[in-house]
Design a protein around this ligand. Structure first.
Ligand code: ADP
Ligand code: MG
Length: 287
């Protein structure tokens, strides 16, 4: 008993000190992206993200936020540098390995990217596509287990009662929650959210950010969120990464970030347009 106790308390000691902090999940090493027309969207970006972190990436429009996120699942190929997920260089993956890697990366979009005319549950089942044989998905024959996964993903964002409603009959906030549920249905290791609240009103923006943060905390899913609203970044971010003209110009805990840091990242004074505003709302009250 004593031995086991000692082992357990040693483990909790390690956990306290290292927490989620120690398992590297994503590494960028001198990553550059040059688009046609010689647009330098990323310039030698190096960073390490640990499992379970909630990282908010901020920067002006054009700073390279979307490019950075998209290199993670290779929607954009780096021109130079290395990107490792779980220690594996993803630029070297073959087609099959890439597919497998993408299956575990959930993506959330500014405009939700739902199939509007399809029911909510169908949209969430799309998150299961890479796990189900194509012939079944073409026939709409998802295994019961996948339907259960999809429904429980909807429960996580509190809209399971909308499962059979057409996606385009939902409000923006509800549609984004379907987007989150679809990502969750993938059983992701990493969630990438590209300006997930840019199309939403302030209260709904807060609600969606809270959902993302809660899921990150409950499931320990590493989450990267692009935002250009600095108040949201500060309120929900755990770690903030600042991009300016494709360069990483800040990387630190949100608690160390104040207006002067944002001015540095943005290269100008902060204006009202950089704030989402709005007050925190009780969950479930928003559209
Ligand atoms: P952000 O998401 O921070 O607004 P982006 O990553 O979208 O920034 O863009 C970074 C830079 O790369 C911008 O100058 C943008 O115009 C340019 N860019 C983005 N996508 C492409 C593309 N497909 N082809 C050429 N240039 C692009
Ligand atoms: Mg963008």
């Amino acid at each position: 008993m004593g031995e086991r106790y000692a082992a357990a308390s040693f483990c909790s000691f390690i956990l306290q000190f290292n927490g989620k902090g120690m398992v590297k999940i994503l590494e960028f090493e001198n990553v550059s992206v040059v688009y046609p027309g010689n647009v330098q969207a990323l310039k030698k970006v190096s960073l390490t993200i640990n499992e379970g972190e909630f990282v908010v990436i901020v920067g002006l429009s054009g700073a390279g936020k979307s490019t950075l996120l998209r290199t993670v699942n290779r929607l954009v190929e780096p021109t130079e540098g290395k990107i490792r997920i779980d220690g594996k260089d993803i630029t070297k993956l073959n087609k099959k390995e890439l597919k497998k890697m993408r299956a575990r990366i959930g993506m959330i979009f500014q405009n939700f990217n739902l199939v509007n005319r399809s029911r909510v549950i169908r949209n969430v089942l799309a998150g299961r596509l890479s796990y189900v044989p194509t012939w079944r998905t073409l026939l709409g024959m998802f295994p019961v287990e996948d339907k259960e996964i999809a429904l429980s993903a909807l429960e996580r964002v509190r809209i399971s009662e909308k499962a059979n409603v057409r996606a385009d009959h939902l409000s923006g906030g509800q549609q984004q929650r379907v987007g989150i549920a679809r990502a969750l249905a993938q059983k992701p290791k990493i969630i990438l959210a590209d300006e997930p609240v840019a199309s939403l009103d302030p209260p709904t923006s807060h609600a969606v950010m809270k959902d993302l943060r809660r899921i990150n905390q409950e499931d320990n899913i590493t989450t990267l969120v692009n935002l250009h609203f600095i108040d949201l970044a500060q309120e929900y971010g755990e770690r903030i990464i600042g991009l300016r003209d494709g360069e990483l110009v800040f990387d630190g805990p949100a608690s160390e970030v104040d207006e002067s840091v944002f001015e540095e990242i943005y290269g100008r004074s902060i204006t009202d347009d950089d704030l989402r505003g709005g007050t925190k709302v009780a969950q479930g009250n928003e559209g």
